[in-house]
Structure formats: C-alpha cells, structure tokens
Design a protein around this ligand. Structure first.
Ligand SMILES: Cc1ncc(COP(=O)(O)O)c(C=O)c1O
Length: 408
C-alpha cells in the first residue's frame, strides 16, 4: 500500500556532509555553526536578532521568562498577570504561562484562519472582568500568518505585549510581505523534524530588541553574562566573582548543539524549494476538492498557486456534509485505510484536554468556544511534506477525492 505520512525526514547530502564536518571538528557544543545559523535565520525572518535553542517549546518558555525577569529593565509582566491565548493551541504555548505564574485566558478562534479571533479578543479586553490582561500570545497556525493589524490596534489600545508563536509558520508572510508575527516583541520558531526546516529537534526566537536579545542569551545558558553585548561592563562591576563565571540573571540550559546549527544552515538553503513543493500540493488539493464536502481551510486564499503568503505546514480540512461530525470520522477512516495519515488540527479544542481541566480550572467549559469546538469535531489534517514523491502526492489527492465522494 502507498503510505502518505504526516511528515518524513528531509535530510539531504548537504545535511549529512554538515554533520560529518562538525563531528570531525571535535567542537560539538554550541559555537560558530549555531552562530552562523542564527545570522541566516535573522536574515530569513527579517529580525535584528535570532537566538537558537533546543526546541520551539524552550523558545516559548524563554520568551515568557524574559518578560518576567529581565536582567536590567523593569519586568514587563508580573506573576498573576493574564495572557490571552487561542483555544486551538499547542500545549507548550500555554504551559510556560502557568509554569511561570501567569494566568492564561482562552479566546475562540476564527473559523477561516484557525487563529485567535480578534473580535473575541476585543470583547474580552473591553470586559476585562478584573483580569489583569497584559499580553497577547498569538499562534500562527499551520503556515498561515495571522493578520497583525487588528492585534496591533488592540495592543496599542490596551497597552499589551504582543508575542507570536510561529513554530508552525516559517516562510509564511502577511499581506504586507513581512514574515509572520513581525510586529511582536518576540516570536518563536520550531525546527522539529516535521516542520518547514529541521534540525531534528530545535527552535529559536526572533526579536528586534537588543535588550531582550541580551537577556535571552543569558537565559538560554544558566543566566550567564557570556555572549551579552554588555558582558565586559558586568565584568568590570564585579569584584566578588570570577569574571568567567558571572551569573547576571535567571536561566535554564536550553542550548542547541553545533550539529543542529550546521544542519539548520543546509536546510535553510532548501527552504524556497520546500515551500514551493508544499504550496504546489496545497493548490492541487484545493482544486481537486472544489465543490465537494471536504474543504481545504486556506485562510480565505482562493487561488493558492498565485499566493506566496501561506507556507502550508500541513493541509487542514473542514467537513461540510449534512452531518459533519460523522462525515469527519468517515473521511478519516477511509483515508487511514488507504495509508493516508490523518490527525486533529493542533490539539483540537485545547480546553478538551484533561490537563487543562486539572491545571487551569479557570479556563471554563470547552463549549464556550464554538468555533474551536467545530475545529475539534469537524476538521482534520493530512501531511504536505516536501519529501512526498509524485506517486504519494497523486495517491493523496485521489484518496481525498474518494473520501469526499462518500459524503453528502
Ligand atoms: C504551535 C506550536 N508551538 C510550539 C511547538 C513546540 O515546538 P517543539 O516541538 O520544537 O518543542 C509546536 C510543535 O509542533 C507547535 O506546533
């Protein structure tokens, strides 16, 4: 049977050579390869600074820590402050918020973009209900850049910090041509193996703020002064410590390894090709399913082939048959039987997860988020990985059409 997995490894000869060369150099812990990848990523996403870490989840953790415990400035967030997050979320976008003493407040998503609905966010902010909402943590889902204008307006009106989780949307651009999440103070990326480029595991943070960047450097590595732009000024102030062991802030150890930096750079050179392959498949699927009861969720993009905005991490679908819940089950079973892997959109409605009931009792009922409920019950995804062969791609399109033909 032809299998169509959600993702497969996209390492090529270039990556293997990069791994060999790092292994032969004997320098395995974070160093020049990571630094070169960081420079290349800053250019790619149009930020002044880029800091690589060991996963997208660690990137989210560091972003929150940097707001709570900056080394020199006043904290931008205080324990107990509330942060708006979308109800269709990834766990490690939400967990750092509670792990570090803040309070997540969920917002329903927009049915066409699967991202936080700005109107729902606005109405929550206008009510406030005593919650000290201080930040907005957007997720740019599945390769779709959130339109930032409405959120920038909200941030300005309510004095909010804007953060973006772009772990699923490297390569995505908003209508103004800027990389997804550009208006945010910090934005996180993931290089897990199913993402647009991979370093096996890996992640990073883009920021334009030199102060935030300095703090992220310390926080990635135990709170050390090493590598900060003001490292020498710390050294000259200290008389009680060995200048090589100056710890100026709080921290973790979430450093990446040299091999990951080297693979990242070779992967980045393939990104335009990877994005083309993903977009091409999405366009084929969109046109094959037109007029059926399985609709590609495209964020309102009618003609994908001509639209470079979207970077298509996976292909999300909404079932629109007369009974979409059972239609979804029927379609997913049909696809799985034919070797096409399916999965929920992110985690579905995150409020349905048992961990949320246990650790965020204030989150409310899943039913209060009707658009996210529909995502949970009526939507699913399949892979769009650039490593799929022509045979796999044709099988995928044929199987989707077969599934659609079962639904009325
Ligand atoms: C939206 C989102 N945020 C964060 C992450 C975490 O990234 P990582 O797996 O690199 O920790 C993921 C993972 O897929 C994700 O989809």
């Amino acid at each position: 049977m032809i299998e169509v997995p959600l993702a497969s490894l996209s390492m090529d000869d270039l990556s293997s050579k990069a791994i060999d060369s790092v292994l032969n150099s004997g320098n395995l812990t974070m160093g020049s390869e990571v630094a070169k990848f960081e420079e290349a990523m800053a250019r790619e996403v149009g930020s002044k600074h880029f800091l690589m870490v060991n996963s997208g989840s660690s990137a989210n953790l560091l972003m929150i820590e940097a707001l709570l415990r900056p080394v020199k400035d006043k904290p931008k967030l205080l324990p107990g402050d509330a942060v708006l997050v979308p109800a269709v979320a990834w766990p490690t976008t939400v967990w750092p918020i509670i792990q570090l003493g803040l309070n997540p407040i969920f917002v329903d998503v927009d049915k066409d973009t699967l991202a936080m609905d700005p109107l729902q966010a606005k109405s929550l902010l206008e009510k406030q209900d005593g919650a000290k909402i201080r930040a907005l943590f957007l997720i740019h889902p599945l390769g779709l850049a959130v339109d930032m204008a409405a959120f920038e307006e909200l941030a300005a009106a309510h004095n909010l910090i804007l953060l973006s989780d772009v772990c699923e949307s490297l390569g995505a651009r908003s209508l103004n041509g800027k990389a997804a999440g550009s208006a945010s103070v910090m934005r996180s990326y993931s290089f897990y193996f199913s993402h647009h480029i991979t370093t096996m595991e890996g992640g990073g943070i883009a920021t334009d703020s030199p102060e935030v960047y300095d703090d992220l450097i310390s926080m990635r590595s135990h709170g050390w002064s090493r590598g900060r732009s003001d490292e020498t000024s710390w050294t000259s102030q200290q008389t009680q410590t060995d200048s090589r062991f100056n710890f100026v802030g709080t921290g973790f150890n979430v450093r990446p390894m040299e091999i990951q930096g080297a693979i990242g750079r070779s992967q980045l050179s393939n990104l335009p090709e990877f994005l083309r392959a993903r977009r091409h498949l999405a366009a084929e699927v969109q046109s094959a399913l037109r007029g059926t009861s399985i609709n590609l969720i495209s964020g309102g993009v009618e003609n994908i082939a001509d639209n470079p905005q979207h970077s298509w991490m996976l292909l999300p679908f909404r079932v629109t048959s007369s009974d979409p819940r059972s239609g979804r089950t029927l379609a997913c079973n049909y696809l799985e039987e034919r070797g096409v892997a399916t999965r929920p959109i992110l985690t579905g409605n995150f409020l349905r997860q048992p961990s949320v009931r246990r650790f965020i009792p204030t989150a409310g009922s899943a039913c209060n988020f009707p658009a996210s409920e529909k995502v949970h019950e009526e939507c699913f995804m399949v892979g769009a990985h650039p490593s799929l062969s022509q045979v796999q791609r044709e099988h995928l399109v044929r199987s989707l059409m077969g599934a659609a033909s079962l639904l009325t």
